[in-house]
Design a protein around this ligand. Sequence first.
Ligand code: ADP
Ligand code: ASP
Ligand code: MG
Length: 402
Amino acid sequence: MLIVKKFGGSSVADAKKVFNVANLIVEDYKKGNDVIVVVSAQGDTTDDLIAKAKEINPKNPSKREMDMLLSAGEQISISLLAMAIETMGCPVISLLGWQAGFNTDSHHTVARIKNINGERLKKEIDKKKIVIVAGFQGINKYDDVTTLGRGGSDTSAVAIAAALKADLCQIYTDVDGVYTADPRKVPNAQKMDAICYDEMLELATLGAQVLNNRSVEMAKKYNVELEVRSSLEPHKSGTIVKEKVKMEKTLIKGVAKDNNVASISIVELEDKPGIAFKIFNKLAQAKINVDIILQSIGRNNTKDITFTVSQDNREDAIAVIEALKDTLDFKAVTYDEGVSKVSIVGAGMESNPGVAAKMFEALFDAGINIRMISTSEIKVSVLIDENKADEAVIAVHDKFVN
Ligand code: ADP
Ligand code: ASP
Ligand code: MG
């Protein structure tokens, strides 16, 4: 059997944890399996490297050099893990992303995997070696190192499982599965035995960082079944992520929170046809993803438009609007980063009216004001004050789960 195992940063944070992970790998290998392992950088290494870059250039280090820097974190963890396995007497080799055949596009810091040339991986597996691969990185057509965006190691693991048609793809982390809400924030969150790709994709996109959303997207595309498990309690069963899951009676699958949100308002904008098109077309051309949009009713021939973007896109989005000043009449552009998006997700809500109202009731009971709302067939999101977000998640979770 070919098993792909991925270990996140918290699972390899120190020497003791590296040995713990090495034991899990060797256990599977000694049963006669082929094992490919994907690892993230140890603990907070990636954050520490970003802080180092800011010491040198706080505003705009080039993205190419950021990738050069950030990819170093995984180089450390793969070699240490390989050394730990060597001490246990098993044949092992560590490989950087480019050595493992990860070809990506050239969008530095958020590159997408184009394909995996699995030759080297297969060669090492044929030699009966355990292969340890650096997650989160690849190489572009100019032979420059790229990284896949924060949390990208999950995607590296799924990509290998898809390319090599692995029998199992296990994502080990510091919790023992996917819960109805972040178990660190919501004490009575419940573990799910299984969840379907679409619901997991929504949860991940809306802030449940237990799985990176691109990894779920890729798992769905190539039909890779995922198993989310704990590296600290490795023999506990986890959560399976797959195409179809038996429908349960519960109305919603989970609650997620995203603090990486900024709202931007264009104030006293002229009120005539074509204005929204002009603005959002320019934002789209700048590759800025706009999430929730709210337009006030017109008065005195003006209106306000407020929309949300991720905080990383805030500056760029404001620059795009400011650049329209010559062709658009408006008074000011303002922004607010003290906001959070809280969402409920569940395929069951499509056929159940009143789900949104129930969420709003929970927020009303908790005295939390809603600034903006957006809905789709399988989710409802609200924008609220960031300092109320944890409280909101608990209130909404209590209303639906149990
Ligand atoms: P890793 O370093 O293993 O990649 P992450 O920190 O990226 O781990 O993801 C695991 C964390 O995700 C958990 O510690 C947990 O706090 C958080 N999390 C958020 N939402 C959920 C959820 N619905 N179920 C499980 N964990 C969640
Ligand atoms: N080390 C990278 C990060 O912290 C990738 C990952 O953890 O998946 O984002
Ligand atoms: Mg992660």
